[in-house]
Write a protein that binds this ligand. Structure first.
Ligand SMILES: Cc1cc2nc3c(=O)[nH]c(=O)nc-3n(C[C@H](O)[C@H](O)[C@H](O)COP(=O)(O)OP(=O)(O)OC[C@H]3O[C@@H](n4cnc5c(N)ncnc54)[C@H](O)[C@@H]3O)c2cc1C
Length: 83
């Protein structure tokens, strides 16, 4: 159930990394008012740095178990992982 924007609590998220950005996206989809704060001048800086190396996906579990984490996106991820 979504909340009325005017009466929903205001939520401050400290840290604009992937976790903070994901939390903000989920909360705003539920109509919470959200603001993200970061000590760095731009959001997602560490994650963007990771992207410089090609953003490899690594995991130690068997491929089938790993791919099962992606639900509906499994096919999309499978194409990227295997090819
Ligand atoms: C060189 C490098 C390569 C990587 N390569 C990959 C990869 O190929 N694949 C992969 O999946 N992952 C990779 N990672 C890991 C990936 O970047 C992290 O797992 C991911 O960024 C973690 O997200 P997070 O939101 O938990 O934390 P972070 O990305 O660390 O975000 C936390 C945020 O909080 C902010 N913050 C912290 N303290 C405060 C404070 N007191 N006040 C305000 N703001 C604050 C920080 O500035 C930061 O923006 C790599 C990381 C690095 C450094």
């Amino acid at each position: 159930m979504t909340k009325s924007v005017s009466r929903s609590p205001f939520i401050a998220i400290i840290g604009a990394g992937p976790a903070g950005l994901m939390a903000a996206e989920r909360l705003s989809a539920l109509s919470y008012r959200v603001a993200i704060y970061d000590r760095m001048p731009m959001p997602g800086r560490k994650f963007l740095m990771a992207g410089r190396g090609g953003l490899n996906l690594t995991h130690t579990e068997p491929l089938d178990h790993f791919l099962a984490h992606y639900g509906e996106a499994r096919e999309f991820i499978t194409r990227g992982v295997i090819h």
